[in-house]
Write a protein that binds this ligand. Structure first.
Ligand code: C5P
Length: 219
């Protein structure tokens, strides 16, 4: 996209997984690569936006000079960076695969093998999406992602309402080439008016479709 249809706009994007520490050498993580969120950041910057990219631990570089990257590790760090940066943004796109639970206690020394079992007690993390949804002003937009294994449309619709999203991008684990770690993705965009399906595309082309939708809604 050569059109500068996001010039003077500030966009906050979360991307990648989070790592929740168990002890100094172990963590609970997930398979998110960050590719979709980074593709969205490059697309927004190419269209003239100032981007704040809050990235979990990923192996990708940012290219565009108008991407301001904040590297975080845990859900708590991602939450704090997101809450601090959303008020000055025109829109937020929450693409990160944030841990829903984190160890209640982090061992300060490496846990030794002993006994027959080890119990790690987990407590819930902050839902970043729900928090930003509550903070959202009338002049701001918020979009999220959903990866569902069953009852996709219903779950996506209730998530749209619960988190106060303007639209939600649904990627299905049931589709070949979609979701985690792939370079391609197959999405549907759901808003209060219904659902639009898109064919399998590269993540950058998917980013163009998502940002086209954002531009239609942005004030
Ligand atoms: O409820 P669920 O985790 O499936 O919702 C997914 C959406 O919520 C994604 O946009 C994800 O980035 C966001 N999310 C978040 N903070 C969490 C959990 C999910 O921002 N703790």
């Amino acid at each position: 996209a050569n059109q500068q249809d996001l010039s003077k706009k500030k966009i906050l994007i979360t991307a990648g997984p989070t790592y929740e520490k168990i002890d100094p050498v172990r963590f609970i993580g997930n398979y998110s690569s960050g590719k979709m969120g980074f593709a969205l950041a490059e697309e927004c910057a190419a269209r003239g936006a100032e981007v704040t990219l809050i990235a979990g631990p990923v192996q990708i570089k940012t290219v565009h000079p108008n991407i301001h990257r904040i590297d975080v590790e845990s859900a708590k760090e991602m939450y704090e960076a997101s809450v601090a940066n959303y008020p000055s943004s025109d829109a937020g796109i929450l693409c990160a695969a944030v841990a829903d639970f984190t160890p209640e206690l982090v061992a300060d020394k490496k846990i030794k093998r002993k006994g027959d079992e080890l119990t790690v007690v987990l407590k819930p993390t902050h839902d970043i999406a729900a928090s930003l949804g509550e903070m959202k002003r009338d002049d701001q937009l918020l979009a999220g992602f959903a990866l569902e294994t069953n009852d996709e449309l219903q779950n996506a619709q209730s998530k749209l309402e619960r988190k106060n999203f303007d639209f939600i991008v649904l990627n299905s684990l049931n589709d070949e080439g979609a979701g985690f770690r792939h370079d391609t993705n197959k999405i549907s965009i759901i808003d209060k008016n219904g659902k639009t399906d898109y064919p399998l595309k590269s993540k950058r082309e998917v980013a163009t479709d998502i940002i086209d939708r954002l531009v239609q809604l942005i004030k």
